[in-house]
Design a protein around this ligand. Structure first.
Ligand code: TXA
Ligand code: MG
Length: 339
């Protein structure tokens, strides 16, 4: 590509967007900001480029990618059919943090959709994502820009830390304003299903299309990326029974606390405390979640204790990510005991 791998460029310069678009068109990989998390993008219709994404992330090939578009005109080429409910959701939430699973056209490579007859499509609202897709002139397939199974990146430095030497360019557009991945909805089956909670809430979706079922991760065969082993820190995470609950910190355990809001008392049992929002604001908490988890994880502590939040509104997405983190660690216990 003519530039050193892992180079970071400010997205504020039109030149950076032009170079990034060129790289995408030539089959390369560019990390770019969206309003949710940073994505690792490639030309969605180029199977060799998609293969590079799976390689760079060490992502299993059964886990399909989301295809990003800048306007609805791009849908016709990718998707064979849309229901009235799909249209209603697009009217209500696009551009924005909502991904829709739709029947795909044959032109979408099987690698991108992991062989599924459907493709997940999203129209991001972030101006850099929009500008990149338009400049590239192609739809962009992009999973979150992190090594498979680790916490998603919410700033350019996170991308550099995890994938820097494996990708062609990182477009730095500052921190992501939402901080958790998009809500994923599928209307493919008998029921409208919420496959992944995000900042477009279940209540908001139900208001637009009526009943929606929440598919538990363990039952989801069609969205393998929903497997619990996701969003994991290296440090084991235990979710506390309630906010302010005092955990039993064992003997010499070096523990960190992820607090939802300002703690009532200073607790010297913790080596480190991260507060997601002093006032307990869920939007602020979501925005800070992955950065705080990464900072705590970098300390190499024995255990992280995380306060829960109410599973309402954006709280459902926050708890979903925390629970996956906690479950993942359990699944990886044998791995950890070898460290
Ligand atoms: O906010 C987001 O969605 C970010 C930004 C970059 O757009 N992207 C993201 O991508 O989170 P990723 O790959 O980390 O998560 C995509 C999820 C995976 O769990 C995958 O299984 C699911 O979307 N998915 C993709 N295609 C699907 C399909 N055809 N049917 C069901 N689930 C699908
Ligand atoms: Mg991901």
């Amino acid at each position: 590509m003519g530039i050193a791998k892992g180079r970071i460029l400010s997205a504020a310069h039109p030149e950076s967007i032009r170079l990034a678009a060129e790289i995408i068109r030539a089959g390369g990989l560019v990390a770019f900001p969206t309003e949710t998390v940073y994505g690792l993008g490639c030309d969605a219709l180029n199977p060799e480029a998609a293969a590079r994404i799976f390689e760079a992330k060490q992502r299993p090939r059964f886990d399909p990618l989301i295809v990003h578009i800048a306007d609805r005109a791009a849908l016709d080429a990718l998707v064979s059919h849309m229901s009235l409910s799909d249209h209603k959701l697009m009217d209500a939430f696009w551009p924005g943090p909502l991904t829709l699973v739709l029947p795909k056209r044959p032109v979408v490579p099987d690698l991108v959709t992991a062989g599924l007859p459907t493709v997940a499509v999203r129209m991001p609202a972030h101006p850099v994502a929009q500008a990149l897709i338009r400049e590239a002139g192609v739809a962009i397939a992009a999973p979150s820009a992190n090594p498979f199974g680790y916490v998603s990146p919410t700033c350019a430095q996170h991308v550099l830390d995890g994938l820097g030497d494996r990708i062609d360019l990182i477009l730095d557009g500052g921190p992501c304003p939402i901080g958790v991945e998009s809500t994923i909805v599928s209307m493919i089956g008998t029921w409208s299903e919420l496959l992944r909670p995000g900042s477009v809430t279940l209540a908001e979706i139900r208001e637009v299309i009526g009943p929606v079922v929440r598919t538990a991760a363990s039952q989801t065969v069609i969205a393998p990326g929903q497997l619990p082993r996701h969003y994991a820190t290296r440090t084991p995470v235990t979710i506390l029974a309630a906010q302010g609950a005092r955990p039993v910190v064992h003997g010499h355990e070096r523990a960190g606390l992820l607090a939802m809001s300002a703690p009532n008392h200073v607790d010297d049992r913790f080596c480190a405390i991260e507060v997601l929002s002093l006032s307990g604001d869920l939007r602020e908490a979501a925005r800070n979640l992955f950065g705080a988890l990464r900072r705590l994880d970098a300390l190499g502590l024995d255990r992280l204790y995380a306060e829960p939040c109410d599973e309402r509104g954006l709280g459902l997405a926050i708890m979903d990510r925390l629970c996956r983190c906690a479950v993942s660690n359990q699944l990886k216990t044998s791995e950890l005991s070898r460290r």
